[in-house]
Design a protein around this ligand. Structure first.
Ligand code: UD1
Length: 456
């Protein structure tokens, strides 16, 4: 079993067919945030009572996380818009490899299981192949809280070995503001004895969403959204209802798609300040952006080249680097896009060049010479955000494109093609087995400038 909804191997045979160069117009409803939902599902393991989550998106990553919770004895029930999570029968079990494989967020369970049940054994995490993505900050922090941890045969075995069977609050300074490590350590320390202080913590909105929900459950967390987070441990956490924040990365992806196709669209609901750095760059590149309550409208008549450098929140998000590179490939002038968070997040460059873009990669920086137009191609996305980027490029390009790699895209975008076709895009999903041979993937064409930057 991989997930309830869709067998992953089926997705590998599907592709988008896109007739590009169409202007988009209308409203797009933004789904709940994938990265929030994943960690909130894990946080529900901490509760002794039922948790009700609203606005959880329908995605393959979420299906995988739900299956992990089910394996741990958690009951999950969909009631209308709500997901009702009952963790009263939570128990330890060795999670089957096919459940945790490819889902880095599966590792979120280590904090709740360890702090609540006194032990946890989990496989080393997977996820998008966009770099090393180590977990030493998670491990170091859990050890500082008093856990004994050994890693052998790709398994992380953690346990609490003291009389009280409780982690102990302490001071932790992260070497880098890792989102996952911050979330793991916050969850673990909610039930620890005494005070935990996490310095150099991640400030991402999804970390804030986690803290808000945990506080509703009875945790004492101070400083969410700041780089110093203080947690006063409690002995029990209770149930609550919580609405997942809107997905800022999905919203940003659609805004960039609109800019790339010289369109006028509105995305909502969003929390506009979650997108400040993206809005700033879109404005700098010539788009007119209007914010009205929880909606953002964009109108684009021209695209100017701008430079970006990815950075932890509130900086420009690494998850929108690939989509923004697609936009810059048809900008007026030269731009420089530097990826500073992950070391292997340039796999879209080869595809963009195959469509006629002019991009050279040097040391994780894309040097882009904007071209007047891209041409439709048959291509394959290599990870979640690179699939989104080449879909955007195909929407902007002249002619027909076929995009494979939807098993990546469906991890993070709910109803992607429907949302786009509702605002005028010519995009449909078809079975890749039916594509004729001439138009089949030209992935093997080598490109000297980019050959070192494919996803691992
Ligand atoms: C999360 C998001 C992902 C986003 C990323 C950065 C989820 C499920 N995923 O991933 O979409 O792209 O944040 O915003 O929320 N690092 C270390 N040591 C560690 C941990 C991390 O060196 O122990 C490094 C990583 O190699 C990477 C950087 O820190 O270079 C950021 O990683 P991290 O913030 O941990 O990303 P994730 O939590 O995996």
């Amino acid at each position: 079993m991989v997930c309830d909804r869709e067998n992953k191997s089926d997705l590998k045979f599907q592709n988008f067919k896109i007739n590009g160069n169409r202007s988009l117009k209308g409203q797009i409803k933004i789904s709940g945030a994938k990265n929030s939902s994943l960690v909130l599902l894990a946080a529900s393991l901490l509760s002794d009572e039922t948790i009700t989550l609203t606005n959880v998106p329908n995605l393959t990553d979420i299906d995988k996380m739900k299956n992990i919770l089910k394996s741990l004895g958690v009951l999950l029930k969909s009631e209308g818009e709500d997901l009702v999570i009952s963790p009263q029968n939570l128990h330890l079990c060795e999670l089957p490899y096919e459940l945790v494989n490819g889902l880095r967020a599966s590792f979120f369970c280590i904090g709740p299981l360890l702090t609540k049940l006194g032990e946890a054994t989990l496989a080393l995490p997977g996820g998008c192949k966009i770099g090393e993505r180590p977990i030493e900050e998670h491990i170091k922090g859990l050890k500082a809280l008093g856990a004994e941890i050994i890693i052998e045969d790709s398994l992380v075995k953690a346990r609490i070995n003291n009389n009280e069977q409780r982690l102990k609050g302490t001071n932790i300074k992260l070497n880098c503001p890792s989102v996952g490590a911050t979330e793991t350590l916050i969850m673990a320390s909610t039930l620890a004895k005494g005070r935990t202080i996490i310095e150099n913590a991640a400030r991402e909105p999804e970390v804030q969403d986690l803290c808000f929900m945990l506080n509703k459950m009875g945790a004492n967390i101070y400083g969410a959204g700041q780089s110093k987070i203080i947690i006063e441990g409690v002995t029990k956490l209770k149930g609550c209802s919580h609405k997942v924040i809107p997905d800022r990365i999905e919203a940003g992806t659609f805004l960039i798609a609109a800019a790339s196709t010289f369109s006028s669209i509105t995305v909502s609901p969003v929390i506009p300040n979650h997108l400040d750095s993206v809005i700033e760059k879109l404005r700098e590149s010539g788009s007119k952006i209007t914010i009205n309550g929880n909606s953002i409208s964009i109108k684009t008549n021209s695209i100017k080249a701008v430079n970006i450098q990815t950075a932890p929140f509130p900086g420009f998000p690494t998850d929108l680097q690939a989509p923004f590179t697609a936009l810059m490939s048809i900008a007026n002038g030269q731009s420089k896009i530097s990826e500073t968070i992950f070391e292997n997040r340039m796999s879209h460059i080869k595809s963009l060049n195959q469509m006629g873009a002019s991009i050279v990669v040097e040391d994780n920086t894309a040097l882009i010479n904007g071209v007047e137009f891209l041409n439709g191609q048959s291509l394959k996305g290599q990870d979640l955000r690179s699939s989104a980027a080449i879909t955007i490029a195909a929407l902007a390009a002249k002619g027909i494109s076929r995009i494979e790699g939807l098993e990546h895209l469906d991890r993070g975008y709910e109803n992607f093609e429907n949302k786009l076709s509702n605002i005028g895009a010519e995009i449909s999903r078809e079975n890749a087995k039916n594509i004729n041979h001439e138009s089949k993937l030209s992935l093997d064409k080598s490109n000297k400038q980019t050959k070192n930057y494919q996803a691992a």
